[in-house]
Ligand binder design. Sequence first.
Ligand code: NCD
Ligand code: ZN
Length: 350
Amino acid sequence: MKTIKSIDIIQPDDWHTHFREGDLLNLISKFSARVNNRCLVMPNLNTPITTSKLAKKYLKDIKNSLQNSRLSILIPCYLTNNLDLVDFEKSLIDNVFIGAKLYPSNVTTNSSFGISNIEEIFPALEILQKTNKHLLIHGEKIRENIDIFDREKYFIDEELSIIRRKFPDLKIVLEHVSSKYGADFVSQNKNIAGTITPQHMLLTKKDVFFDDQINPHHYCMPIVKDEKDLIALRNYACSGNNKFFLGTDSAPHDIIDKPPNLKSKPGIFSAPCSIELYTEIFDQENSLENLESFSSINGPNFYNLPVNKSKIRLINQKWTLEECSQSQNIKVKNFYGGNELNWKVVNLNK
Ligand code: NCD
Ligand code: ZN
């Protein structure tokens, strides 16, 4: 059997990541800049990014944190039920916003300003469809009798299918697809694609829930699910299906906010090793030849943006990732921190 020692791929983009703000932003943005050409940075800050003014200020803060990196930043508008639609439309046309993000209310970190009745955002969706901009969705529905593992399915059946029918030409990205049900929906419907995180292809609920506590560093929304879901996600990603692409959902929280119980903030910080983990997954599935479509081609194609020109090289070499990333006031647990990884990035810039 031939062992591959290195692989060159077109430089990746991360189509779903969190950069946060303040000290956390200054600590973590460099990890995404180390491999990506573009990052689509989520707008769920403490004050959500809902206007062009807030987006421009955030972009400036991110650029300052990155110093001389050439990373390009794309920001979607956080949808609320009282958006200034004139500012929204102009910002889409001016490319201040790449599209808009739908957070159902209270499903995840800083989603309390999100949407509880989708009809309230139909005017905004109309504008997105008309301007040919994308709707990004956190696809989970919360209701008293909906099990945490079924939230994605309920969202698809009760909300997404309505949006799909009412706005057939709207380009939708179902973010961090976490279930076989969700991935099948993406593959079977038109004008919809999905991002897949490393954790949803590496973990199942057994890695999160223990007798009387949880592993907060494996706790994210949507929650990781069963073996059958993990296998379906791996199959879609690794088969080269062009409806699925890289979105890490790297979502750092200070370890103070990560107690080993359900009071923990959801989110897994994978930026220090995400491309290495994706490469490992594709290697395990004997599909390294499809890594580049997933990491670097399907995303820009779906967003109608050019594919990157430069390349990066990954070599098959063991290294150990530091347990945590930290600065004076903050400490974040790295996903796979303290573990050995099999792939390592060597930047090429061809
Ligand atoms: C994300 C965060 O912390 O901002 N958390 C998560 O568990 N994925 C938000 C999100 O994308 O849901
Ligand atoms: Zn996210």
